[in-house]
Design a protein around this ligand. Structure first.
Ligand SMILES: [Zn+2]
Length: 320
């Protein structure tokens, strides 16, 4: 059995042929330069056609991980703020089913990535698992007692938008103040560094052009001991731990996996965040939730989308 797993992101489309053991047979990637629904549909059709040609026969279906809130029954995008108004009510699943004539399943991209890590990656073998991706924003998802948690209207798992600093935090893309995403995403790390600029006027971080101040650069400078970066990293870790500890209080999962760009700091990140979380968790037995780094860098979404197609959708009971 195999399926086409598609990860639809803000900057690129990836369609992969994925076997039921999670091995990736081939990949078709296209950059997204314009995000209108009709344009992205063309890119999707090209990438999926390429993957289907590689796959040959016995393709069970196509799974798409898309940003936004999605009606799983119809594969329609209810809304997708990052992709704009042309995606409101966009019949993504129906259009692709019409075009390719095989079953198409559409799920939220972050839920798909969670399913990918749970089925094939670091979450394998657990029953209670949370993925947190620390990228431009914070994506994630929750598996509780072996079920991917979806909520009444596919809105569960939006962990990036629980507020951790509602009075003194940064403004989030969603409009609220101090969301976990605003404070602890890769973008959040940049905000922490920017907020400290006046205290470090001769910081090496400020030597380049302002637009070059990326989270990767700050992270590497912190690892190298740069004072400005170390101070920003400290504030960042404090906020990240706050959000992670809240998740432990809500769910006490066996494992919380950190993915996305910031997670490339690996032990440097884990060694800082674990003791802070321990300090903040008061009711769950200490150490009962492990924190580790996610397994897949960029393929989790496509793997989970393929797993969704093989399972016949996200809402089908046990995933294990
Ligand atoms: Zn928010």
């Amino acid at each position: 059995m195999k399926a086409i797993g598609v990860d639809l992101g803000g900057t690129h489309v990836l369609a992969a042929v994925i076997e039921d053991d999670g091995s990736i047979r081939s990949k078709h990637e296209i950059d997204v330069e314009e995000r209108s629904f009709e344009h992205v549909m063309e890119l999707l059709e090209t990438a999926i056609s390429g993957a289907l040609a590689d796959a040959g026969s016995n393709v069970i279906g196509i799974g798409i991980g898309s940003p936004g809130n999605i009606d799983a029954q119809t594969g329609t995008i209810r809304y997708s703020p990052n992709f704009g108004d042309t995606w409101k009510g966009a019949p993504l699943g129906a259009r692709l089913h019409q075009r390719f004539g095989i079953p198409v399943f559409v799920g939220n991209d972050a839920r798909c990535a969670t399913l990918g890590e749970y089925t094939y990656g670091v979450g394998r073998g657990t029953k209670d698992f949370v993925l947190i991706t620390l990228g431009t924003g914070i994506g994630g998802g929750v598996v509780a007692d072996g079920n991917l948690v979806l909520g009444a209207a596919m809105g569960a798992g939006e962990i990036g938008h629980h507020q951790i600093r509602p009075t003194d935090g940064f403004v989030c893309g969603c409009g609220k103040i101090g969301c976990f995403e605003a404070q602890a995403s890769g973008t959040g790390l940049i905000r922490h560094a920017t907020a400290l600029v006046s205290s470090f006027p001769r910081s090496m971080l400020l030597a380049g052009a302002p637009m070059d101040l990326g989270s990767k650069r700050i992270r590497k400078a912190a690892q190298a001991g740069d004072q400005h970066a170390v101070a920003a990293w400290k504030n960042y870790i404090s906020d990240l731990a706050l959000g992670v500890a809240n998740i432990v209080a809500f769910l006490n999962p066996e494992l919380i996996a950190l993915g996305g760009g910031v997670s490339k700091a690996e032990e440097f990140l884990l060694d800082a965040v674990r003791p802070r979380v321990d300090d903040l968790v008061t009711m769950a037995p200490r150490g009962s939730t492990r924190i580790s780094i996610a397994q897949f860098e960029n393929d989790a979404g496509a793997l989970g989308a393929a797993a969704m197609a093989m399972r016949g959708g996200l809402r089908t009971g046990k995933v294990a």
